[in-house]
Design a protein around this ligand. Structure first.
Ligand code: COA
Length: 272
């Protein structure tokens, strides 16, 4: 299991090698998460060489958590640079989606494609969550857990999620939610040139469908997949559907080495 020394600290990641000529897929988790927020179906997607990293201060990575999306974006850019990934499809969940959007805006030459899962261009956080993390960490984790998962999810999975949030600790979790609360690229989405897939859960209470629809409507080359009944943890709740959507997206742009920006099949702004 590899660690890499970057200018932003020691980062831990896992690597699943695809075919020799496969392009890189980098998976970026959300607030209070780790690489384990990604199901095996996505961490080992056939046809992609997938890098799944722990952000600074999370999981097995060193360094400090950040309280801005820009801080995390610089860490992911340092990861790409140090590993030697010239261009990748960057997939981000929730806060990781904000990081992916910022990468596509500020490090555009590094981003061949974007997969934005259960996220938005602005991620205001309910004051009750921000204040609660400071004053009643365990109570806040309960509250977040209730909002994060759809009611259909087995209790064993939500319990694992609750434990993982507790392990993150209040400082890193507060930093993550503060970073989300400060994030706003609603006016900049038109600058994103990378082809984009937006994946949403219809029952997501933290980043409602309104947010994901805004992404699809304002990113020039975007298409979306709505997973009926799924909540905010859509890729863990419905891993097969999430992996199928990403696989099809990658195939559309990369299997024939079609330039991602000129792929004729692209359904601009389409929703399916
Ligand atoms: N995409 C599209 N529209 C968005 C948006 C996004 N990413 N973020 C906000 N908006 C819209 C809102 O829907 C609202 O529209 P309206 O005026 O038509 O109702 C408007 O922009 C202003 O929204 P906001 O700044 O969020 O203020 P608010 O007073 O409506 O609500 C919160 C503030 C924090 C209570 C609310 O954002 C919320 O409940 N958020 C979800 C819970 C949460 O904490 N999520 C964590 C995400 S990591």
């Amino acid at each position: 299991m590899p660690y890499v020394e970057t200018t932003k600290g020691t980062l831990f990641y896992t690597l699943s090698r695809g075919p020799a000529d496969s392009l890189a897929l980098v998976l970026v988790h959300g607030a209070g998460g780790t690489r384990l927020h990604w199901p095996a179906e996505l961490r080992r997607l056939p046809g992609a060489t997938a890098y799944t990293l722990d952000l600074p201060g999370h999981g097995r990575s060193g360094g400090q958590g950040c309280d801005t999306i820009e801080g995390y974006t610089e860490a992911v850019a340092a990861f790409l640079h140090t590993i030697g990934i010239e261009q990748a499809t960057v997939a981000g969940h929730s806060m990781g989606g904000a990081i992916a959007e910022m990468l596509a805006l500020d490090f555009a030459d590094r981003v061949a494609g974007l997969v934005l899962i259960a996220t938005g261009a602005r991620l205001r956080v309910a004051p009750a969550i921000l204040e609660g993390i400071r004053s009643n960490f365990e109570g806040s984790v309960e509250l977040i857990t209730r909002f994060v998962w759809s009611p259909e999810v087995p209790p064993a999975l939500t319990e694992l999620g609750r434990q993982a949030l507790l392990e993150t600790g209040p400082d890193v979790l507060l930093g993550d939610f503060t970073a989300c609360d400060r994030f706003n690229v609603m006016e900049r989405l038109g600058e994103i040139g990378a082809p984009t897939l937006v994946i949403a859960g219809s029952a997501d209470q933290l980043t409602p469908v309104k947010y994901t629809r805004f992404l699809t409507e304002h990113i020039p080359n975007a298409q979306s997949v709505l997973v009926e009944g799924a909540g905010h943890m859509v890729m863990l709740e419905r891993p097969a559907e999430a992996a199928k959507a990403v696989q099809e997206f990658l195939e559309m742009f990369y299997s024939e080495r079609v330039s991602p920006l000129t792929a004729p099949e692209l359904r601009v702004g389409a929703s399916r």
